[in-house]
Design a protein. Sequence first.
Lengths: 99, 181
Amino acid sequence: MPICLEIITEEDLHLYADGRLEADRREAVGDYLSEDDEALQRVEAYHWQTAELHRWLCPVIAEPVPERLAAIVRSAISQNRSVVVVSSEDRTRQSLRTP
Amino acid sequence: MLTHEQAMAIEEQIPALRRYARALVRNADRADDLVQDCLERAVSRFHQFQPGTNLRTWMFTILHNVHCDALRRQKRRGTDVPIEEWERRAKTNANQPRAMEMRDFRRMFSKLPESDRHILYLVGVEGYSYEEASEVLDVAVGTVKSRLFRARERLRTLQDGMTEPMTPSTNWEGSLQTASI
């Protein structure tokens, strides 16, 4: 019977809690957790923390953006566009004058 | 000055910036003040943005820096909460055992040191890889990992403290306000 010893790291536990492990690694960590209650409790706590963060903060995305914030960006839009129009008119006028 | 397209691209990031700020500053208006400072800096330094790189990451970096600058100013004014205090706060601001509600989680989260809140947000909510988080926070990937692992353990300690009966003691936020006068 082959003995397979996987070394499970601290990082593995966090990646497992975040659902970021590849299938085979996930399975190895899952096996490990079924044998280690303390590690399992940690992973569950990390998972819960992230779920709570989502529950708390994700509704913020759907809130309307306050006008004072949008105004900062909009007021920085360059007015060059009208300058371009004027200068192209100048060029047209100039080319009309040119015989 | 920005082109119309650049302004649109920045404006699209505002909801995500507001969400990040909310994780750092409990009061919603003050969180928006942080976003405002971030937007002003982003607009004035937009020439430094490298086209083709991730705009959100760039703006998160600015928000992180603006927040750190604000905290440094606060520290000079003597209203800073030393990082070592987080553990004491967890103990002195203890509650009676009861079901964990969202406001309890928010309170718990706000007790964490600033660097913990940044990393927990970026990895947990934004889904950033350790590499992306290291870019925003301007630290090595190894530092991101150790900070993340430590932050989650701190939060877990606070979580355990919330569900265990403890002697009510001084209200931390009350004493903080007194100290800042």
